[in-house]
Design a binder for this molecule. Structure first.
Ligand code: ATP
Ligand code: MG
Length: 285
């Protein structure tokens, strides 16, 4: 049987999470130290370990069929690949930052300024769209020190918490794009490879749904149930079971992780008690 070749970052910020996702999808890879490639023992998948910069090109050329890479890298390189799925990790943004003592007046501040970055293409497109002439200084790394050593007036770089900027006396003034890890694929796919990819995607979605949702159980007086159902939609609708105590029921449902605290407050106000919230291992909708 044909195998699907998946490129993942060899070592860096995407590596552990990429491999963890495959593990949660039930895919077993050999524990040997990451060589250039590994074959899964229980799924038709071959992993290629590469530098993240190389992944879009390898996928475009079909050396790898699919790859897990930052959306930023794909935007920078403009290779012909297809975005298959957002993966929800390695969330960051690409922002412009300037020395903190500078007065920022809007993006025209950057007119004729020199900006250091490892993402020259994204930056060039951004300022072209805004018809603002800038000078772009492409450097490979440690972009944040460029203003203090006099290499540039400003920088354009990846930001997650912003602490690196602060440590270097910079302030973030404009976010140009948001990024997260994505699954990409080659434009030409055989039917057989597509079937494997579908299978992999089915598992990835089940894992992602599980991490984005919580299972919730609670007790409530029967008269509060209609209102509680309104705020607890569940996958179809909540399960309701009578309690031994007259006039009370137990409700089971699924809530989105990011709405969780709001919902808990509303449930308490409606008289819910004994609220239990559990993680979901896998969730198939
Ligand atoms: P390689 O050696 O493979 O070329 P790299 O040094 O270019 O690695 P990393 O720093 O490992 O790249 O980052 C890989 C990707 O992880 C980035 O392209 C971006 O999508 C994401 N990323 C980078 N920094 C952060 C961060 N601070 N928070 C979240 N995600 C990040
Ligand atoms: Mg890289």
């Amino acid at each position: 049987m044909d195998k699907l070749k998946l490129a993942v970052q060899k070592s860096g910020r995407l590596s552990e999470k990429s491999l963890q996702l495959l593990k949660e999808c039930g895919i077993k890879l050999s524990n040997e130290d990451r060589k250039l490639r590994t074959v899964a023992s229980n799924f038709p998948l071959e992993i290629l370990y590469l530098r993240d910069d190389d992944i879009p090109q390898y996928v475009e050329q079909g050396v790898a069929d699919t790859g897990i890479v930052g959306f930023n890298e794909v935007q920078e390189q403009q290779k012909n690949v297809i975005l298959v799925e957002h993966l929800g990790f390695a969330n960051c943004r690409l922002s412009l930052a300037i020395p903190k003592e500078e007065l920022y007046t809007g993006i025209h501040y950057f007119e004729n300024k020199k900006i250091a970055t490892s993402y020259p293409n994204i930056l060039k497109r951004f300022f072209q769209e805004h018809h603002i002439p800038v000078e772009i200084e492409t450097i490979g790394g440690s972009v944040e020190i460029a203003p203090s050593i006099g290499l540039a007036n400003a920088i354009f770089d990846i930001v997650s918490t912003g602490s690196t900027l602060i440590m270097n006396g910079l302030k973030e003034v404009h976010t140009v794009m948001k990024s997260e890890a994505i699954l990409i694929k080659n434009e030409n796919f055989t039917q057989e490879k597509n079937l494997i990819l579908e299978k992999l995607l089915f598992r990835i979605k089940a894992v992602r749904n599980a991490t984005e949702n919580k299972y919730i159980l609670l007790n409530a007086p029967n008269e509060a149930i209609p209102e509680i159902i309104n705020i607890l939609p569940g996958m179809k609708s909540p399960t309701i079971l009578p309690l031994a105590q007259e006039g009370w029921s137990s409700l089971h449902s699924v809530v989105k992780e990011d709405q969780f605290w709001d919902i808990i407050d509303q449930l308490k106000d409606l008289g819910a008690q004994g609220i239990l919230v559990c993680s979901i291992e896998k969730m198939v909708i």
